[in-house]
Design a binder for this molecule. Structure first.
Ligand SMILES: Cc1cc2nc3c(=O)[nH]c(=O)nc-3n(C[C@H](O)[C@H](O)[C@H](O)COP(=O)(O)OP(=O)(O)OC[C@H]3O[C@@H](n4cnc5c(N)ncnc54)[C@H](O)[C@@H]3O)c2cc1C
Length: 502
């Protein structure tokens, strides 16, 4: 007995996504769009096909494993990953997802853009959000080296971090978190001891994603005699291969199993200072803002996959003699998912346009503040939505949705980390407080909404203005209690405004 029609399988995550194509057309110039459109058609097909197949294998049967010793019993701290995963790594970096943000695309003799890279990330995350983590870390490493490393360091490492098949690839990593705290980075104690023109690191990082796979890691450490707190942290580049470091263990995780996340011990690892010694924390916070956008993009990817899986299942499954998709409540659920997905995708790509301006140093101080604010509210909102969407997709599948034969359980397990890494909701809420109290970000936010809305949605924007003004006058404790619900409403209003203008 056939209880379910053959599932309509997505064959191309890009080609079948007309909404994304429309957004990219709007945000890219003709030359870049024409190149990106062609490449994304190819990548979208691979993501929906082999990359998705391999992601399933990695999650179920092929998770990274720690090889602590070689055959002679010597400690090597290597990480084994399966062949399919290696293929996904190779294919993805060769598309220029990291490289072409910083260097020319040979075919069109010009750089790509973050918009193009994030579109690739969105497509990739529908199949393999776990691997989008190493891509994110490599993007952050490239950003830090490109902006702050001296010429010698850049020359030695940047071409590898930006590799697109032209030279050996060094994936990146960013190690901040220590056992005593991830949110409170100022509590870091890993120590850097100077030795001529370089340093040696001692201590332990407790969550170190891409350990064993990265060619270089960007690490926060404290020099001898540096002050306590975040101001005493410096940024170091640490080459992985042949260095004095060891992996204590790999974390046994709920999801994103493709990426090896480790506890790493530095036992005198050779390290090179990046930028000014007392600016390490600030550099890393800049990179963190980039990673937060990647986080939002990964969330969108999970939302889109959840929606399409739910839609296709509802089209193929019958109950009470009718297709699920013909029932009013099912239609309502699908409609709500689609509208929220479109609004959020529009808002995130709108935010990315401001980010492009900021990274090109073309933005005003006010725009930089606004950029941080939008990143905080959209990272929080999208991460929470990705969990909701994965839940809805499970619900739409009934019992099947809970079973690992379907992609839905993996979507939920993978989504769950997105609210934690790159800053939890509470930490993002504290960013809101900082931006409002120090830089009057609330005024900038309302100004931006008015400008984008061009006279429409006046009542909602006026109400938000009043609420934000009240918020700015509260005591710190009251602000903390109000911040998260306020951020949610700010995100929804921002989404409504940009969606209406589309
Ligand atoms: C799979 C995975 C991979 C990771 N990979 C990396 C990596 O590669 N590099 C890296 O540096 N880190 C990595 N992390 C660490 C991650 O960034 C931290 O887990 C995160 O920042 C939270 O820090 P914590 O775990 O120490 O939690 P804590 O800081 O102890 O926070 C616990 C809870 O307390 C809340 N809290 C803390 N301070 C406040 C406050 N002032 N007010 C209100 N609430 C507060 C937090 O919001 C959270 O809910 C990874 C984590 C995971 C799960």
């Amino acid at each position: 007995m056939k209880v379910l029609q053959e599932k309509i399988r997505q064959e191309n995550f890009y080609e079948e996504d007309e909404f994304l194509q429309r957004l990219l057309k709007q945000y890219m110039d003709t030359e870049l769009f024409s190149y990106a459109d062609k490449q994304l058609k190819n990548f979208g097909q691979r993501a929906a096909g082999p990359i998705d197949e391999r992601a399933r294998h990695t999650d179920r049967d092929g998770q990274p494993r720690l090889e602590q010793y070689n055959k002679f019993g010597e400690e090597v701290s290597r990480v084994w990953v399966n062949e399919g995963y290696r293929q996904t790594v190779k294919e993805t970096y060769e598309t220029g997802i990291v490289g072409y943000v910083h260097k020319d695309i040979p075919e069109i003799a010009r750089k790509g853009s973050y918009t193009y890279s994030f579109a690739q990330g969105y497509v990739l995350s529908q199949a393999e959000p776990g691997f989008y983590c190493p891509v994110t870390l490599t993007m952050a490493t490239a950003y830090l080296l490109d902006h702050y490393a001296d010429e010698d360091l850049k020359e030695a490492f940047l071409p590898h971090v930006l590799a697109t098949g032209d030279t050996e690839l060094y994936e990146g990593a960013t190690f901040l978190t220590e056992r005593q705290g991830g949110s409170d980075v100022g509590a870091n104690v890993v120590e850097a001891v100077q030795d001529g023109d370089h340093y040696h690191l001692y201590g332990e990082k407790y969550f170190a994603s891409n350990a064993g796979m990265c060619g270089v890691a960007m690490v926060l450490a404290r020099m001898e005699d540096a002050p306590e707190g975040s101001r005493g942290l410096s940024l170091f580049l640490v080459p992985w291969e042949g260095n004095n470091l060891r992996i204590r263990r790999l974390k046994d995780k709920l999801g994103v199993r493709a990426v090896p996340s480790a506890e790493v011990e530095f036992t005198g690892a050779k390290a090179y200072l990046v930028g000014e010694a007392d600016r390490g924390f600030y550099y890393m916070m800049e990179a963190l803002n980039l990673s937060r956008i990647c986080n939002a993009v990964a969330s969108l990817g999970i939302m889109r996959r959840s929606y399409t899986e739910a839609l296709h299942y509802a089209e193929g499954r019958n109950a009470f003699g009718r297709r699920l998709v013909d029932f009013p409540m099912i239609q309502q659920s699908l409609r709500e998912l689609r509208v929220k997905l479109e609004k959020e995708t529009t808002a995130v790509f709108d935010m990315i346009q401001l980010y492009e301006k900021v990274t090109e140093s073309e933005a005003t101080k006010e725009e930089e503040v606004l950029n941080r604010l939008l990143i905080a509210i959209m990272k929080k909102e999208s991460a929470e939505q990705s969990i909701d969407f994965a839940h809805e997709a499970i619900e739409m599948h009934g019992g099947n949705g809970y079973i690992e034969d379907f992609v839905t359980p993996r979507l939920l397990r993978d989504a769950q980390v997105l609210t934690v890494w790159e800053g939890t909701a509470n930490i993002l809420a504290l960013e809101l407080l900082r931006l409002v109290n120090k830089y009057e970000a609330h005024t900038l936010f309302v100004g931006m909404l008015r400008e984008k809305a061009e006279g429409s949605m006046k009542t909602q924007i006026d109400a938000m203005e009043e609420r934000l003004l009240n918020f700015s006058n509260l005591q710190q404790v009251e602000q903390e209690l109000e911040a998260k619900s306020l951020m949610k409403d700010m995100a929804w209003l921002y989404e409504d405004v940009v969606y209406e203008q589309l």
